[in-house]
Design a protein around this ligand. Structure first.
Ligand code: PLP
Length: 377
């Protein structure tokens, strides 16, 4: 049958996920370290608020003004910046925000700069929409980050740039000075600056800085999937500069109508639950330490010590040049599910894998035991 949209590659971690689910249904014990979904669910207060909303409604297409006001407060509390509720658009996760922003801000054929390694859906969504991802090889020297100097060296200037700090898959961060330099470079060359702040709050060294602390011109994307541990609730948000509110509202509204209503009602409670949510970071930090210490003993070398997010991107070149095959074999033979490096870096990702660290510490210990036995064979 005819299908003229651009072809895109799979999200390989999704393939691993489908196979892991099938193995789990067949009774195999799976350690799910492939997707970025915390094992712990949302906070109790979040679930209680959702239960109330299920009974009391609202039950329609609905936008929570209360949630937008709570997000305004969140920006004050976390970053000391003023963001009027009108500048906040609620979306079906960060994923929908990315689709709306890529569609609204760029024309077919326009070029958007991204870090490689980076989050695969940036590249694949841009390609599907007829925009052109310009992947910049951001290696160890720049701690895998797309910095202002990398952007400045790009000639001609791209039409947009997307950065994530903390980053997926490396967990490295951009500080205020680096974000400022990026914002200045974007202003100088009229580049749309998109800051994906989905891992904010999940940090191990210092706090994550928002692009809104250094510029009012950035488009900021965020979500309840990570810090608030609500990935399946499909709720995220955009903060947009005032001149773009109306246009982006039209894109978000036409594409997705409204975000899930129960999730919106529950998210107000989630934002009030900072202490409980921060408690989980202690476990993620413990898991991160354990893996950083033990993986090198198995010949698996983390490329950097992540400062945030809940991943460890590691070099497995001692064992393979094809991380996709490696991940499939590992899953079949041990039940450990990892994400292959080719997801994040289609050019050089062959000898890399990504470990997700927000499972329980017991699962990390089990994974290390199974890995050691498997690699020894
Ligand atoms: C960097 C980054 N951005 C966006 C997303 C999409 O998240 P969601 O649609 O669940 O909010 C993810 C998911 O893992 C991510 O890692």
């Amino acid at each position: 049958m005819r299908s003229s949209g651009p072809d895109i590659v799979p999200f390989y971690a999704g393939e691993i996920n489908r196979r892991a689910a099938a193995l789990s249904r067949a009774g195999q014990s799976i350690i799910p370290m492939h997707l970025g979904q915390p094992t712990r669910g949302p906070s109790e207060a979040t679930i209680a608020a959702a239960q109330r909303a299920l009974v009391a409604g609202p039950n329609g297409y609905w936008e929570s003004h209360e949630l937008k006001e709570r997000l305004t407060e969140h920006y004050r509390e976390w970053y000391g910046v003023e963001v009027a509720p009108e500048r906040i658009l609620l979306t079906n996760g960060a994923s929908a925000a990315l689709v709306a922003v890529f569609a609204a801000m760029f024309a077919t054929g326009e070029r958007i700069a991204l870090a490689r390694p980076g989050y695969p859906a940036y590249r694949n969504t841009l390609t599907a929409l007829g925009r052109v991802p310009v992947e910049l090889d951001c290696g160890a020297a720049s701690r895998y980050r797309l910095t202002a100097s990398v952007l400045a060296a790009l000639d001609p200037a791209p039409h947009g740039v997307v950065v994530a700090s903390p980053a997926n898959p490396t967990g490295t961060m951009l500080d205020a000075a680096e974000l400022q330099a990026l914002a200045d470079e974007c202003k100088r060359r009229d580049i749309v600056f998109i800051s994906d702040e989905i891992y904010h709050g999940v940090t191990y060294r210092g706090r994550s800085v928002s692009a809104l602390e250094v510029t009012q011109d950035a488009i900021v994307i965020n979500s309840f999937s990570k810090f608030c541990r609500m990935p399946g609730w499909r709720l995220g948000w955009l903060v947009v500069p005032p001149p773009l509110i109306e246009k982006l509202q039209m894109y978000v509204g036409n594409f997705f109508l409204t975000a899930p209503n129960v999730a919106q009602a529950a998210a107000v409670a989630a934002l009030g639950d900072g202490n409980e949510l921060r408690g989980a970071i202690i476990e993620y930090a413990r898991n991160r330490e354990l893996l950083l210490r033990e993986l090198p003993k198995l010949g698996i070398l983390p490329v950097v010590e992540p400062e945030g997010a809940f991943y460890i991107y590691a070099d497995v070149s001692r064992y393979t040049r094809s991380s996709l095959e490696f991940c499939h074999q590992l899953l079949e033979q041990t039940g450990i599910a990892l994400a292959p490096g080719v997801d994040f870096d289609p050019v050089g990702g062959g000898p890399f894998v990504r470990f997700f660290t927000a499972v329980s510490t017991h699962e990390i210990e089990q994974a290390l035991e199974r890995l050691e036995k498997w690699l020894a064979r």
